[in-house]
Write a protein that binds this ligand. Structure first.
Ligand SMILES: NC(=O)c1ccc[n+]([C@@H]2O[C@H](COP(=O)([O-])OP(=O)(O)OC[C@H]3O[C@@H](n4cnc5c(N)ncnc54)[C@H](OP(=O)(O)O)[C@@H]3O)[C@@H](O)[C@H]2O)c1
Length: 265
């Protein structure tokens, strides 16, 4: 039984699943899988047309609640509308995020500001909107989509990686604090997933999985109580082992493996 000190995975009979970043990539595939599992899903992103198309394709099962998550008022209003019109959100998958590559030799502050505004502040805005409602009900499940980039430094990822590492830390804090209120908190740390976000990324992408495979791993992980849902494990566990080495060792190893040990071309 879900309750204080015993948070459990939410079920479709408990209410809706809210997915942010549902207009594309992993989020869009998550919606399809969740609906197949019997969930009614509220979908948020900026592209209202894409969300409306999802709603039209899955009538009665998908509810479009467009919002820019970097605007906390818009997020609060979207959550209030979902709950007023469709019922309580039992599970929130905070998946919206952006990747902007940063050249550390010539960094652009705007790229940091944009990344943190969406990945970090946007996720915080979602947490601020949904957490008090779940705490008041004494039940709920929140999953924050981070990335394997959170494990340690990677070239060109100084904004993205920092935002995703912060999200794992944020998820841990929420996990520690919300346990006594019956709210389950999890972090998702995928390796490379084939989505539009990867289109402009020319980096090697070992062990990349499809967005549908990623969605499958996420929905099955969400049925468990474990803190971290990570995949593909042959890649993310190897990364964890590398980052467990002393920092100078793993920094040299990552530099070598990614080609950043050569002079700039
Ligand atoms: N692809 C990978 O290899 C990979 C690996 C690890 C983790 N991840 C994480 O997985 C999540 C999904 O990424 P993806 O690969 O599926 O990328 P994607 O296809 O580009 O999808 C990103 C989603 O986030 C939404 N979004 C972006 N900015 C937003 C904003 N300000 N407000 C509301 N929604 C916003 C986008 O919708 P709109 O543009 O319509 O707003 C879109 O639905 C991200 O958090 C990403 O960091 C991805």
């Amino acid at each position: 039984m879900t309750g204080p000190f015993n948070p459990s995975p939410a079920k479709p009979s408990d209410g809706l699943c809210w997915v942010t970043g549902a207009s594309s990539g992993i989020g869009e595939k998550l919606v399809e899988r969740l609906v197949r599992q019997g969930w009614r899903v509220a979908v948020t992103a900026r592209s209202e047309d894409k969300l409306k198309a999802l709603e039209a394709a899955l009538p009665g099962q998908v509810f479009a609640a467009p919002a820019d998550i970097s605007d906390p008022d818009a997020v609060r209003q979207a959550v209030a509308r979902i709950e007023a019109e469709q019922g309580p959100i039992a599970r929130a998958i905070l998946n919206a995020g952006i990747y902007l590559s940063i050249d550390a030799a010539n960094p652009d502050f705007e790229d940091y500001a944009k990344t943190f505004a969406v990945n970090l502040n946007g996720t915080a805005a979602c947490l601020c909107a949904i957490t008090p409602l779940m705490v008041e009900r004494g039940a709920g499940q929140i999953a924050i989509v981070s990335s394997a980039t959170a494990f340690g430094g990677m070239p060109t990822a100084s904004a993205y990686g920092a935002s995703k590492a912060a999200l794992v830390n944020m998820a841990e804090c929420y996990r520690i604090e919300l346990h006594r209120y019956g709210v389950l908190v999890q972090a998702i740390t995928p390796g490379f997933v084939e989505t539009p976000a990867q289109d402009d990324n020319e980096f090697p992408k070992p062990f990349m999985v499809s967005a549908d495979t990623a969605a499958g791993r996420i929905v099955s992980g969400l049925k468990s109580k474990r803190f971290e849902i990570t995949f593909p494990r042959r890649f993310t566990w190897m990364l964890k082992a590398i980052y467990a080495l002393p920092r100078d060792w793993h920094i040299n190893l990552v530099r070598k493996q990614t080609g950043w040990n050569k002079p700039p071309s």
